[in-house]
Every structure is written in structure tokens, then in C-alpha cells.
Design a protein around this ligand. Structure first.
Ligand code: PEP
Ligand code: MN
Length: 263
């Protein structure tokens, strides 16, 4: 069970050299989508240089419009694997369907369940039966209770290596893409032993808001963030408006230094 009542100590989820849920604030960073070898490697080098512990990048993309870029698929997974081999950064990528599990498990270190699939129970069971760590995102309109029950599906299927992710929810507010629910972070830290990370990129949808909300995530007690970055966001094939540029990522890491370096 994911409740603190059955396990008082914090779960630490490890993949490669990354540890999420320990003493240090973990920064997972990379592009929304893997677009090309050049794009992925160049941003991966930058985020590694400034202290990211893992590389994110979507190969299967859940796009609102079917006419938008849908991701590179298995070729994108292979590029993530190559980046990991060259830079030593473990990888996080989204699995959208059970049929993608074999290739995901072959090439990726941590399986992301996207917001749109938080209640895809067949997929939750499939990642639960795998041995890979899972980053489970809160659904667009899911309550905290529903998020915890989704995590329970994975846990109950045999996989205790679950990272919860608050990525913003739908509210009446339209000034930002979503409303980042920082209450959820403080609440979840009390209710569950699982690590909790924040996605300030999807939580705001606005590049200029990502650094302040990352600081807020650290202040409220999150175990880390997963953040989108692109060296040329104007050319990005998805979510360019919320991607941190290279200099902004450097700035982010400087501002998070006390948390990232905590002993
Ligand atoms: C993503 O991480 O690129 C993504 C699609 O996130 P979410 O599922 O939170 O919308
Ligand atoms: Mn995205």
C-alpha cells in the first residue's frame, strides 16, 4: 500500500544514478519531445552540465490534435538510449499503450504515465508488472484520492517504485495552461511514503513562470521537478512556449542550489 500508515519511512526511487525521494531535490529535465539526435544530444549535454539527474523526452506523444507531431516512436526511444550511453544520464519517457511496453523497457529507465492515462487501468497493471520505476502523473481533472488509487494499482501489481507527479489541473482559470496544485504536494507528502515531484512546465504552460514555480515546489517539500527544456524553443515540435532555454535552465539550477545540494 502507498499509505504512510503502513510504511512510515520515505520510499526512494532509484534508476541509474538518479534517486528521487532522498535528501536531495532531484531535477529531471529535457525536451517535451525527442525530435532528432542533434536536438536531444545538445539539450541533454546542457541539462547534465548544470546538474540534472535524469533526462526526459517523449517518443510517444499524447497530442490534443491528431494533426500535431505525434512523436518519433521507437526511433526516439533509441535516441534516448544513445544519450544515456553517451552521457550517463538515466531516462524518463512516456508509455501510452500496453503494446509499447517491450520497447519501452528495452530502451528507457523510468516509465512515465501521462496525465491522460492516469486511469488507464490496463496500462497501470502493465507497468506494475514490470520492474521499471514509474513516474505517475496526476490526471487533468483527477482528485488527489484518485491519483493515490491509481498508484495503488501499480503497487498492487508488484511494483513499489512509483514517483507521483503533480502537473497542474483544470480549473476555471485560463491565464495559465493549468493550475499547479501545490496543496497536493504538501498533502501527498503527509498521506503517502512515495516521492512527489512537480512539473512546473505543464503546470503553468509559460516559460517565464517555470523558475518561480520550481522554487515554490522545492519550498513546499517536493522531492524534485520534471521540467521541459529546449535549446531552440521557437522551433520545438511540441510545447515550445513552456520550454526553458539553455541559459534559463542554468539560472533554474542556480536558484535551486540549496535544495539540490542538501546533504
Ligand atoms: C509530457 O510530459 O510531455 C506530457 C504530455 O505531460 P502530461 O501527461 O502531464 O500532459
Ligand atoms: Mn510536454
Amino acid at each position: 500500500m502507498v499509505s504512510r500508515e503502513v510504511q512510515a519511512h520515505d520510499t526512494v526511487v532509484r534508476f541509474g544514478n538518479a534517486a528521487v525521494g532522498g535528501e536531495k531535490f532531484a531535477v529531471i529535465a529535457g525536451p517535451c519531445s525527442v525530435e532528432s539526435e542533434e536536438q536531444l544530444m545538445s539539450v541533454a549535454e546542457v541539462v547534465k552540465k548544470h546538474g540534472a539527474v535524469a533526462l526526459r523526452g517523449g517518443a510517444y506523444k499524447p497530442r490534443t490534435s491528431p494533426y500535431d507531431f505525434q512523436g518519433m516512436g521507437v526511433d526516439g526511444l533509441k535516441l534516448l538510449h544513445k544519450a544515456k550511453q553517451q552521457l550517463g544520464l538515466p531516462t524518463v519517457s512516456e508509455v501510452m499503450e500496453v503494446s509499447q511496453m517491450d520497447s519501452m523497457c528495452e530502451y528507457v529507465d523510468c516509465l512515465q504515465i501521462g496525465a491522460r492515462n492516469m486511469q488507464n487501468y490496463a496500462l497501470l497493471k502493465a507497468v506494475g508488472e514490470s520492474k521499471k520505476p514509474v513516474l505517475l502523473k496526476r490526471g487533468l481533472s483527477a482528485t488527489i484520492e484518485e491519483l493515490l488509487l491509481a498508484a495503488e494499482y501499480i503497487y498492487d501489481a508488484g511494483n513499489p517504485n512509483i514517483i507521483l507527479c503533480e502537473r497542474g489541473i483544470r480549473t476555471y482559470e485560463t491565464a495559465t495552461r493549468n493550475t499547479l496544485d501545490l496543496n497536493a504536494v504538501a498533502y501527498l507528502k503527509q498521506r503517502t511514503h512515495l516521492p512527489v515531484v512537480v512539473d512546473p512546465s505543464h503546470g503553468t504552460g509559460v516559460r517565464e513562470l517555470v523558475i518561480p514555480l520550481s522554487r515554490a515546489a522545492a519550498a513546499v517539500g517536493a522531492d524534485g521537478i520534471i521540467v521541459e527544456s529546449h535549446l531552440n524553443p521557437c522551433e520545438a515540435l511540441s510545447d515550445g512556449h513552456q520550454a526553458l532555454t539553455g541559459p534559463m535552465f542554468k539560472q533554474l539550477m542556480q536558484e535551486l542550489k540549496p535544495f539540490v545540494e542538501a546533504a
